[in-house]
Design a protein around this ligand. Structure first.
Ligand SMILES: CC(C)(COP(=O)(O)OP(=O)(O)OC[C@H]1O[C@@H](n2cnc3c(N)ncnc32)[C@H](O)[C@@H]1OP(=O)(O)O)[C@@H](O)C(=O)NCCC(=O)NCCS
Length: 203
């Protein structure tokens, strides 16, 4: 893994907005709902094998208006961060992926859980690696000062395993019937990335 430094931090507010070479990586605003619905709808079939079953409501603006409001609240309250990846080539109009850091546990733990997905149209261009390595992970380690990021993948999901390896995630275990994915309890490989430069937040 190369450097863990974001290229530029545009805002220091509770809802982070980060730039990499090809992406804007940020928490969504209400005005993004249309782009999010286009992204989840266009990629519904592609993502289905790797995600929980989605109710019909998941593909509606109403659902995402409420979810975006919850995301802003979660980010402000230190419960997690859902970063959407916006393509800078489209002047930030199109969502091309999402990386969610959830299940934040503080106290002696200081860890969270990472999940991610990219639009089918932009696979294999290094975009998720770019978003995580140059923006999202530095934010989680340097700004949120979490100590570990956990990520899991289904053994047959080679692209996901490859991404985590490139980022330096280390395999820590194997969990049988771990998550209900596409209606089936799937085994997962457990991985984690620790922050070697961790120091406590100023409260
Ligand atoms: C998992 C997922 C995000 C990985 O996407 P990805 O595009 O392979 O991820 P990366 O950003 O790491 O890109 C790496 C690929 O881009 C290629 N690449 C092209 N240009 C590149 C560049 N400038 N920099 C780095 N890699 C580049 C790499 O060679 C590699 O391709 P390869 O695997 O065919 O060798 C994606 O496959 C996905 O959304 N899958 C469905 C949802 C899912 O599985 N989520 C995870 C559940 S655990």
């Amino acid at each position: 893994m190369r450097t863990l430094t974001p290229l530029r931090t545009v805002s220091d507010a509770d809802t982070p907005r980060l730039l990499t070479e090809r992406l804007t990586v940020r928490v969504a605003q209400p005005s993004d709902v249309g782009a999010i619905v286009r992204y989840v709808t266009a990629n519904a079939a592609f993502l289905q094998p790797w995600e929980p079953l989605r109710p019909a409501a998941y593909f509606t603006a109403e659902y995402w208006r409420a979810q975006v409001a919850r995301d802003v609240e979660d980010s402000a309250r230190d419960r997690g961060v859902r970063f959407f990846l916006f393509d800078r080539a489209s002047h930030g109009a199109e969502v091309v992926g999402v990386a969610t850091f959830g299940n934040v546990v503080r106290g002696a733990a200081q860890y969270c859980t990472l999940g991610y997905a990219l639009s089918e149209a932009v696979q294999g261009r290094g975009l998720m690696c770019e978003a995580l390595e140059h923006a999202a992970i530095p934010y989680v380690f340097n700004r949120l000062r979490l100590h570990r990021i956990h990520a899991t993948y289904i053994p047959r999901n080679e692209r996901s395993g490859g991404l985590l390896r490139r980022l330096g995630f280390v395999v820590e275990g194997y969990a049988r019937d771990y998550l209900l994915i596409n209606g089936v309890w799937e085994d997962h490989i457990l991985t984690a990335l620790a922050n070697p430069y961790w120091s406590a937040r100023q409260e």
